[in-house]
Design a protein around this ligand. Structure first.
Ligand SMILES: Cc1cc2nc3c(=O)[nH]c(=O)nc-3n(C[C@H](O)[C@H](O)[C@H](O)COP(=O)(O)OP(=O)(O)OC[C@H]3O[C@@H](n4cnc5c(N)ncnc54)[C@H](O)[C@@H]3O)c2cc1C
Length: 373
């Protein structure tokens, strides 16, 4: 068996890359489970560089750039697969319940406006006009018209169909155990006792990347558990994404309201907990008391793939033909189209955007040797 490119991991990142490279290249996508059932499936789908960022920087610039690619990305997917991924550009409202939180929103509005972005400070009355069913006594809020959302499970469905249509060879229940190499160059991948040959391998294995043998540099992923749930919202009580502290409410186009999310450092534990789910529901009811009467539809968890410095690793790794696309932590849905472009540039030897330097996989080797000194 031989392919031009082998992608390890069928989450949003692996599938977005695989479809982008096909059909010009023969691509094999290896997925340990079924495609699109891990972190990407668990995500809320906020495309929120502005409401997520504390400061300007490479990750922020990357998020803005990737978001700017979304309209083209989703319309191409719709034309190709017929799947509407419910891309919504109706903005995100961040709430402040006290003076300190409002000061924080003011700081954020100030630096974002300085670089030409739209961020509207609102007083309590303006918040109530925008979202009349909120019951949190808000000091005020900050509205980000530029932050958007998408429905991740539909996005994954569209990506998988697109992979099929473009002739990607998608292998489910196929866990890569090792990246094979000789004389500093990739030879392929081992799955169980089977060797699959190919001159380039792209590792997009999310929180599990660290268990893959043969990686240069080694990868240390730190899974971050997110507990999250959905409610049935009988009417349009919440109109757009609303965030308060670590909580968010995300209304879908049908009657679903997503309430998320915890961010826990508990290894590979995937349990739902009383504190996790209880905290989400209490917070949601403080934001909008009507939520207390909404039926619970589903509860679930996912493992966000985080690297020690919190940044993704995207691009050429330490063997000829080895590339990483992993560690997207809280923003992998947002960063998927931008990641495709960085990987494509690396494969074709084209220049990448300046911010991509911060995501060089080889920095992982430098931090390991620095730790040892
Ligand atoms: C509760 C929650 C809410 C979130 N909300 C948002 C949000 O609103 N917006 C946003 O942008 N991001 C959000 N995220 C983050 C986002 O989900 C992740 O950053 C993104 O899904 C990472 O994508 P991935 O493809 O790297 O990982 P995954 O989706 O986990 O995919 C990795 C895949 O690799 C496979 N795999 C692993 N090892 C192997 C192997 N050895 N061989 C073959 N296959 C392998 C796995 O089975 C898996 O399918 C959220 C995450 C969580 C948990």
């Amino acid at each position: 068996m031989s392919h031009d490119t082998i992608v390890v991991g069928g989450g949003v990142i692996g599938m977005a890359i695989a479809r982008a490279l096909a059909p010009e290249r023969s691509v094999l996508l290896l997925e340990r489970d079924r495609p699109g059932r891990q972190a990407s499936w668990a995500a809320a789908g906020m495309l929120c560089p502005q409401s997520e960022a504390e400061e300007d920087g490479d990750l922020f610039r990357f998020g803005l750039d990737s978001l700017s690619m979304y309209p083209g990305f989703v319309s191409e997917l719709r034309d190709e697969t017929g799947v509407d991924v419910e891309y919504r550009a109706d903005g995100v409202l961040a709430l402040a319940s006290g003076r300190d939180e409002m000061d924080d929103l003011r700081r954020r509005a100030a630096w974002q406006r300085r670089i030409g972005l739209d961020a509207k400070l609102l007083d309590g009355d303006a918040v109530a006009r925008l979202e009349p069913r909120l019951t949190l006594q808000a000091e005020g809020g900050l509205f980000f018209p530029g932050d958007h959302q998408v429905r991740p499970r539909r996005l994954l469905d569209a990506l998988e169909r697109s992979c099929m249509l473009r002739g990607v060879d998608v292998a489910s229940d196929a866990a890569a155990a090792e990246v094979l190499s000789a004389a500093g160059a990739v030879r392929g991948v081992r799955v169980g006792a089977t060797e699959i040959h190919g001159p380039s391998v792209i590792v997009a294995a999310g929180a599990w990347a660290s268990s893959l043998e043969g990686l240069v540099p080694r990868v240390e992923t730190r899974p971050r558990k997110g507990q999250i749930l959905s409610l049935r919202m009988p009417g349009p009580d919440i109109r757009r994404v609303v965030r308060w502290r670590h909580l968010y409410l995300v209304p879908r186009n049908d009657d679903r309201l997503i309430v998320g999310g915890t961010d826990e450092d508990v290894g590979f534990d995937r349990n739902l907990t009383a504190a996790g789910v209880g905290g989400l529901l209490d917070g949601a009811r403080r934001m909008a008391s009507a939520v207390g009467a909404f039926p619970i539809v589903e509860t679930w968890t996912g493992l966000r793939p985080m690297l020690p410095d919190g940044l993704p690793a995207i691009g050429e790794a330490g063997l000829d033909g080895l590339y990483y696309a992993l560690g997207h932590y809280r923003n992998g849905i947002l960063l998927a189209p931008g990641t495709v472009e960085i990987v494509r540039a690396a494969l074709e030897g084209d220049p990448a955007p300046a911010y991509a330097e911060a995501f060089r996989p080889m920095r992982l080797a430098e931090s390991v040797s620095a730790d040892r000194v």
